[in-house]
Design a protein around this ligand. Structure first.
Ligand code: A2P
Length: 276
């Protein structure tokens, strides 16, 4: 089965396509509209946006204009990182649904455990409030799955301790070189799916010699190795591109990296965003 038709199953039984189009830093307007339209035209059925990206309106419009039945497309958005109260979360969700012009959202995530402007701040209480509001929307059927993003095991423990739903997803930066063993093991134990954002390390991984050498062996691009690697690590990668040829290339990953080569890639250490 083509990769774009393959899914993983969340702990609540909801199916999520194995690759999604990332839209971070893709401007609202033509850029976001065209990227989503091209992706859908080429078989993608999973689009990842966020309130903080400012592009929900164009993403929603492109989905609408694709004429693909809404239920065939998996759409994720994320709560702005500074929103940490119950009422504001409910309000922000309605704004997202207005922007996207949809009745039901497939996945809603708390974007980060702290506001981006105060990284590291303890917002345990606020995260519980926000998640409880999301649980209400989930129980009402307005959202099909709920989760978190950029959360550490202790951030998730806080949610599990005070809420009744274990988050279905944790979306984190995940790419060759970035050591995510601890969070990998934690999420596996709790049955939380990891979504891999920036699977190409925002492009920097593409110039790494080890990755390039492995790519040559399979006659694929370095980008395809990075994306396939994330799939074989049981995550759902969300590569971002605004170029048609790359959007197509990034989903053309129907090959298997051997165990031996996975070991070579696992041994790459260090944050590749600093390799250059
Ligand atoms: P562009 O949007 O101009 O295509 P990540 O998904 O890790 O955040 O990486 C996104 C970055 O990698 C963007 O700068 C994107 O540029 C670039 N990119 C995405 N796909 C490819 C590809 N197949 N080959 C080369 N660069 C790519």
């Amino acid at each position: 089965m083509s990769i774009l038709k393959q899914t993983r199953t969340l702990s609540n039984g909801v199916k999520i396509p194995i690759i999604g189009l990332g839209t971070w830093q893709v401007d609202n307007g033509d850029a976001a509209y065209n990227a989503v339209k091209i992706a859908l035209k080429n078989g993608y059925r999973h689009i990842d946006t966020a309130q903080g990206y400012g592009n929900e309106k164009s993403v929603g419009q492109a989905i609408k204009d694709s004429n693909i039945p809404r239920e065939e497309i998996f759409v994720t958005s994320k709560l702005e990182s500074h929103i940490k109260t119950y009422d504001e979360t409910l309000k922000a969700f309605e704004q997202t649904m207005n922007n996207l012009d949809m009745d039901v959202l497939d996945l809603f995530l708390i974007h980060a455990p702290w506001p981006w402007s105060e990284m590291g701040k303890n917002c345990d209480e606020g995260n519980v409030e926000a998640f409880k509001a999301m649980e209400k929307l989930y129980n009402e059927g307005r959202i099909r799955a709920i989760g978190v993003s950029n959360f550490s095991p202790s951030d998730i423990d806080n949610i599990i301790e005070h809420c009744s739903t274990v988050p279905h997803v944790n979306q984190i930066g995940y790419f060759i070189g970035l050591d995510q063993d601890e969070i990998d093991a934690y999420c596996k134990e709790k049955n939380i799916l990891i979504e891999a954002y920036s699977p190409l390390a925002i492009g920097f991984a593409l110039s790494n010699e080890t990755i390039i050498n492995v790519a040559k062996k399979y006659d694929v691009s370095a980008a395809q190795i990075c994306i396939r690697y994330c799939i074989q690590k049981n995550t759902v990668p969300l590569p971002k591109s605004t170029h048609a040829s790359r959007i197509i290339e990034n989903a053309n990953v129907d090959f298997t990296i051997s165990e031996e080569d996975m070991k070579i890639l696992n041994a790459v250490k260090g944050d590749p965003r600093k390799w250059e």
